[in-house]
Design a protein around this ligand. Structure first.
Ligand code: ZN
Length: 290
């Protein structure tokens, strides 16, 4: 099925393949940790998306996760958690956070590996499809939401339990645009799981398919999109994204990123900080341990 799986394609817990029909398959591959994203993985995703964007053979990009779950969110406690490590390259112009403290560290890091990367991935001038099974929780929502389409299997569920940590939503704050303001509040206030059928009714995802048919359904759709004129697709994507920004997405996200960091600063000042700290267990429970 694959035309290419070149050396280095599996770095950082991410696999990259080009499938027949002009489709790139970017796979998170830490299934033993429910594809929790550490920084190594976000940089590897960034590399994979850059590669797919530059590859003329690739018309459509599919983002997937190996195993039972799409992703349980950001890495808040695996042995490979790398929140304090420096990385050689950066995606934004923010300084290296790893030798700074407080907001100078936290704001720079999250601007880089969370908000900055997700925004750039949303701007890739090729259609992107998130292929979601099992958990799509907290930081995983950011990945799905920055894709153009979301196809989920019937066992998928979605949740943002960050209010349990006193934080008003994940860094890529698209909630009111993804599900409407009314339900966005319920989603945040309760932090409970929303199943795939409900997510589709809310307009957060495009289609729900049986688990066994997820990959074939997504690849079939991806190949049909890939057959469309490439510039037309790029311009159509840009058109909808521009209108979404005119509906306030970008400015809203910027303003809420400040609130998000007020909450991080409060937690640090009150001694509540550390994502590995007081509420990590409830976060992990919400993320799909069952
Ligand atoms: Zn944060």
């Amino acid at each position: 099925m694959t035309e290419e799986n070149s050396p280095g394609a599996e770095t950082g817990g991410v696999r990259y393949d080009v499938v027949d029909g002009g489709v790139a398959l970017v796979r998170m591959s830490r299934p033993e940790y429910r594809n929790a994203q550490n920084s190594a993985m976000t940089y590897a995703l960034d590399d994979a998306f850059y590669r797919a964007a530059a590859d003329d053979r690739v018309k459509v990009i599919v983002l997937a996760g190996d195993g039972k779950h799409f992703s349980a969110g950001h890495d808040i406690g695996t042995p490979d958690r790398d929140i304090d490590k420096p990385f050689d390259r950066r995606a934004t112009l923010w300084w290296d956070h790893s030798d700074k403290k407080g907001v100078a560290s936290r704001y720079a890091r999250e601007s880089e590996v969370y908000l900055g990367m997700c925004r750039r991935w949303r701007e890739i001038p090729k259609p992107t499809i998130a292929m979601v099974q099992g958990a799509c929780v907290a930081g995983a929502l950011m990945l799905a939401w920055s894709c153009d389409l979301v196809i989920a299997s019937d066992d998928a569920f979605f949740a943002d339990p960050t209010v349990r940590m006193g934080i008003p939503g994940v860094e890529y704050f698209a909630h009111p645009w993804q599900m409407g303001p009314r339900f966005a509040k319920e989603f945040l206030f309760l932090g409970e799981r929303v199943d795939a059928a409900a997510a589709q009714r809310l307009g957060m995802i495009n289609r729900v398919v049986p688990r066994a048919e997820l990959e074939s359904s997504v690849l079939d759709m991806a190949k049909r999109i890939a057959a469309m004129p490439q510039l037309g697709l790029a311009l159509a994507k840009r058109a909808v994204n521009q209108c979404e920004d005119l509906m306030g997405l970008r400015d809203g996200m910027d303003s809420v990123f400040g609130l998000h960091h007020v909450a991080h600063a409060h937690n640090a000042e009150m001694g509540l900080d550390s994502l590995a700290g007081h509420d990590a267990r409830s976060m992990r429970d919400a993320a799909g341990r069952r």
